[in-house]
Design a protein around this ligand. Structure first.
Ligand code: KIV
Ligand code: ZN
Length: 507
């Protein structure tokens, strides 16, 4: 079976999802997990776009050694200089350069004629090849470009030294048969294509990202660009876990292998979800809560008689054993640490100790601590150190005949600030009291509460989506008390906002 290279762009295209921005520590933690998962290439970021992106690419390049590290650059010398600087410590560095090729983009976005675009692409690839051995080229908006122009530019950039040609369906416009034909037309119509690997990068605007990716593979693509949980610009990219499992389950039609350790898919997906605060939809293929749940009597009966009646893959094959009670209040730091490593986390010593202290607090309140609880505890810890606001204390007065009132004390730069407010319910009162401390104008657009695990003493997890200055920030908080979880989630979203503003202030 032929190998398909998995190029993961969770940290680059994925991070472009509204609200998905990650701290440096979070990106690093995910990069380690991606490398363990077995991806061949990690696209670490877009170095020129901000100092934060540059630092993250540099750190990942220096520390993640068994995976190719790619970084993105427009077809401009200044972008490529920044990219090559950011990736230079990588064991296997790659520069991924792109320029738009559709008539729409060339005319309205770039204001350039096709000949100038070819010239810029060739120049950029040559320039990048002088810096690193591996250069990938993407004709942006390829699926709305003229095929004859695409063939021409691809032939030229391969001559200039590109060894990976990525075909992006930038706006998720293609349908599978058409996209497969498109890849075939490139494979058959570019004379020097045998000197490059064809890659596909499919957005999911019509829900066809995975289907298009697979159509590309069937027609000669040997690299797939995907993201965990399908995150990415707008409706996202083809989901890694879905694309990989489709090839795994349907080997009869898709006789390809990947280097992915499918047993780590579930934990990787959960890690990402907890880090960025995007809940995984219950019905999400492969990793959603309901993906292996059988509700109707007929289905349950069938599965009990023969699992294959209603299950096309086993939960175990994607790492979904039943969440075990692994730890309790008597568990020591060693046991805690061992389980976290098994789950894929590799926290620095100091964060590990903080997470352990938080674990003991939770274990005291809820006795049995499941893997799902650990994901929440640890994700709260990653990147926790740089907190602009820290909840120190809160109190609530509420009831069906009184006006809900909240008091909060928040640490702001070594100073404790206290405020109180009334609200339309206790949660609203807390948020208003926090607003008085932080003075940040927010609009609450979503508030979700869910239990982390099924039992009565479960931790409640709250996800809060805020719009601040036209940008989206998602915060998450967990506690056995949902009002405390709400306060933490709200403050977490504000801290994400503060992180982003601080980073862009340096730009
Ligand atoms: O969707 C797209 O076109 C991209 C390119 C930069 C590859 O993300
Ligand atoms: Zn993209």
């Amino acid at each position: 079976m032929e190998k398909i290279f998995v190029f993961d762009t969770t940290l680059r295209d994925g991070e472009q999802s509204p609200g998905a921005s990650m701290s440096l520590e979070q990106k690093y933690e995910l990069a380690i997990q991606l490398s363990r998962l077995g991806v061949d290439v990690i696209e670490a970021g877009f170095p020129i776009s901000s100092p934060h992106q540059f630092e993250a690419c540099k750190t990942i390049s220096a520390k993640v050694k068994d995976t190719t590290i790619a970084v993105l650059a427009r077809a401009l010398e200044k972008d490529i200089d920044s990219a090559s600087e950011a990736v230079k410590a990588a064991a296997r560095p790659r520069i991924h350069t792109f320029i738009a090729t559709s008539p729409l983009h060339m005319k309205h976005k770039l204001n350039k004629d096709p000949d100038s675009v070819v010239e810029m692409a060739v120049k950029a690839v040559k320039y990048a090849r002088n810096k690193v051995a591996e250069v990938e080229f993407s004709p942006e908006d390829a699926t709305r470009s003229e095929i004859s122009f695409l063939r021409r530019i691809i032939e030229k950039v391969i001559d200039a030294g590109a060894t990976i040609i990525n075909i992006p369906d930038t706006v998720g416009y293609a349908v599978p048969e058409e996209f497969g034909g498109f890849i075939k037309a490139i494979r058959e119509g570019v004379p020097n294509i045998d000197k490059a690997i064809i890659s596909v990068h499919c957005h999911n605007d019509l829900g066809l990202g995975v289907a298009n990716t697979l159509a590309g593979v069937k027609n000669g693509a040997r690299q797939i660009e995907v993201t965990l949980n399908g995150i990415g610009e707008r409706a996202g990219n083809a989901a890694l876990e879905e694309t990989v499992m489709a090839m795994y389950v349907r080997k009869d039609l898709l006789p390809f292998t990947t280097n992915i350790n499918t047993h780590l898919l579930y934990n990787s997906s959960k890690m990402l979800s907890n880090i960025i605060g995007f809940p995984i939809p219950r019905n999400k293929p492969v990793v959603g809560e309901n993906a292996f749940a059988h509700e109707s009597g007929i289905h349950q009966d069938g599965v009990l008689k023969k699992r294959e009646t209603y299950e096309i893959m086993t939960p175990e094959s994607v790492g979904r054993e039943m969440s075990k009670i692994v730890l309790g209040r008597h568990s020591g730091l060693h046991g805690f640490k061992t389980r976290l490593i098994e789950l894929g986390f590799s926290l620095p010593e100091e964060d590990m100790k903080k997470a352990y202290e938080r674990f003991l607090e939770i274990a005291d309140r809820k006795k049995e601590v499941y893997d799902d609880d650990l994901f929440v505890i640890v994700s709260e810890q990653i990147g926790e150190i740089k907190q602009a606001f820290v909840l120190d204390y809160f109190s609530i007065q509420s009831g069906n005949t009184s006006v809900p009132t909240a008091a909060v004390r928040i640490r702001v730069k070594d100073k404790l600030e206290e405020e109180a407010a009334t609200g339309d319910g206790p949660v609203d009162a807390i948020f208003k009291a926090v607003d008085r401390v932080t003075n940040i104008k927010t609009k609450l657009t979503e508030y979700i509460v869910q239990a982390v695990t099924p039992e009565k003493t479960a931790m409640g997890e709250v996800s809060v989506t805020l719009k601040i200055e036209e940008k989206t920030f998602i915060g998450r908080g967990a506690s056995t008390d949902i009002l405390e979880a709400s306060a933490k989630a709200y403050i977490n979203a504000l801290n994400r906002y503060m992180t982003v503003t601080q980073l862009t202030a340096k730009d």
